[in-house]
Design a protein around this ligand. Structure first.
Ligand SMILES: Nc1ncnc2c1ncn2[C@@H]1O[C@H](COP(=O)(O)OP(=O)(O)O)[C@@H](O)[C@H]1O
Ligand SMILES: [Mg+2]
Length: 402
């Protein structure tokens, strides 16, 4: 039986492992955390640190192919191992996408649209360059950030001065990037999948709403004109080609209304400016929606690529709109528990329409921690969203299990 290694055992690893198993192969998990959600679903999981090269080497040597389910695995840990197992997407892709400075430089040098930014190695470099951007500005860590972690929003110059005067406490570790805050009309994402045999597929465009920098809801299809959808898909395809991704890639976009004097680095389309925000060379939270909404989901697409099973172009499974809503630990806390098992789902019985719910089996609920998600469907985007939010509200207003 083919053995596929997954570096990282979070919910993305868990859902990918299930897809691999459903294609008749075995999934193996490597994650420092013994309670990693994916470990529950596989026969073999190894728990060792990302710095432990010997364990990484041994793990990868057992696998026919490997992939990663998050991009913050230190590139240096993987670059000098002696195993000969193919890792997809390649380590070059990982190196670029795990570092915001490298990612922006990739966009710039390949003439893909990007948010105006500069890189700073220290406070004085920040001060020297800050006038290149207009406020508000966001300072971001170059590595290790996710769900808005390692980001500081600066409304104006005064904020900036205050923050740099206590840089050690108030800023992420240097080097950082300073980035123009975009007046967002909409955020969308687009997943592409390319196989080693040259097959290329693109998923429908997803419309994403973030709350506190964490993805809150995703709707598919995005409520944008067809020609804007095509433009987004084409930019995502170009980026996937230029990065040389074999595997899957999620490209996150910002869309703003075009303004006079708008950024030169934007892709100008009709009344809109488009920017690529960032890439994830792996299944993506917004792509959970493909589980119910598409003829091929993001996990199955990657599993097929890993196992040399032909891809098929995904299309929407039925007319109308789907909405995915994340279930964060805050819901558990509102129910009165931090115990992952104690979530009370009784009120789901009141929902008169079909929906899908997936829980990740995490033991501890924390504020902002992704614990599960649900997906609804309706004829209109607004109705699909209202349904998903109604179900989520019902969960919030329920006392936890005793
Ligand atoms: N330059 C920006 N302008 C406006 N909003 C931003 C900007 N950068 C980040 N955000 C908001 O914060 C969210 C998370 O930021 P992102 O750069 O995607 O980091 P993460 O790696 O945490 O996902 C974005 O999806 C967006 O909602
Ligand atoms: Mg992001």
């Amino acid at each position: 039986m083919k053995q596929i290694g997954i570096l990282g055992g979070g919910q993305l690893g868990m859902l990918l492992a299930q897809s691999i198993v459903r294609l008749g192969a075995e999934a193996l998990i490597y994650d420092p955390e013994p309670e990693a959600p994916a470990s529950r679903t596989v026969r073999t999981s190894v728990h060792a640190s990302w710095q432990d090269r010997e364990s990484l080497d041994k793990f990868l040597s057992k696998c026919d192919k490997a992939t990663y389910e998050f991009e913050n695995i230190p590139y240096e840990s993987l670059a000098k191992l002696s195993h000969s197992t193919p890792i997809i997407p390649s380590l070059d892709v990982l190196r670029i996408t795990q570092n915001r400075a490298a990612e922006k430089e990739f966009l710039r040098s390949n003439e893909l649209p990007y948010v105006p930014y500069f890189v700073a190695d220290n406070v004085s470099s920040l001060e020297k360059q800050i006038d290149q951007l207009s406020f508000p500005v966001i300072i971001k860590s170059t590595t290790g950030g996710y769900d808005g972690k390692g980001q500081v929003f600066l409304q104006n110059k005064e904020d900036f001065q205050k923050t740099i005067s206590r840089a050690e406490k108030a800023l992420p570790n240097f080097p950082v990037i300073a980035e123009q805050a975009i007046d967002l009309y909409m955020e969308v994402s687009c997943i592409t999948a390319h196989s080693a045999k040259g097959e290329k597929i693109v998923f429908p465009v997803f419309q994403n709403i973030h709350s506190n920098h964490i993805l809150d809801t995703t709707v598919v299809p995005a409520d944008i004109p067809a020609n804007l959808t095509n433009t987004v898909q084409n930019l995502a395809r170009q980026a996937t080609d230029k990065l040389g991704v074999i595997g899957i890639l999620c490209t996150e976009f910002f869309i703003s209304h075009k303004k006079t004097g708008g950024a030169k680095s934007a892709f100008s389309f009709d009344v809109f400016d488009l920017y690529i925000n960032e890439f994830a060379p792996r299944p993506h939270n917004s792509g959970h929606i493909t589980i119910s909404s598409c003829s091929l989901n993001q996990f199955d697409a990657l599993a097929r690529i890993l196992l040399d099973v032909p891809l098929s172009q995904p299309f929407l499974a039925k007319a109308g709109y789907f909405c995915m809503a994340n279930l964060l630990g805050d819901i558990w806390i509102e129910q009165g528990t931090t115990n992952g098992d104690k979530i009370n789902l009784i009120n789901l019985a009141d929902c008169p329409y079909p929906f899908e719910i997936i829980l990740y089996g995490k033991e501890q609920a924390l504020p902002g921690r992704k614990m599960g998600h649900l997906i609804s469907h309706a004829e209109s985007a607004q109705e699909a969203k209202e349904r998903a939010l109604k179900i989520r509200d019902k969960l919030k207003n329920t006392p936890c299990l005793k």
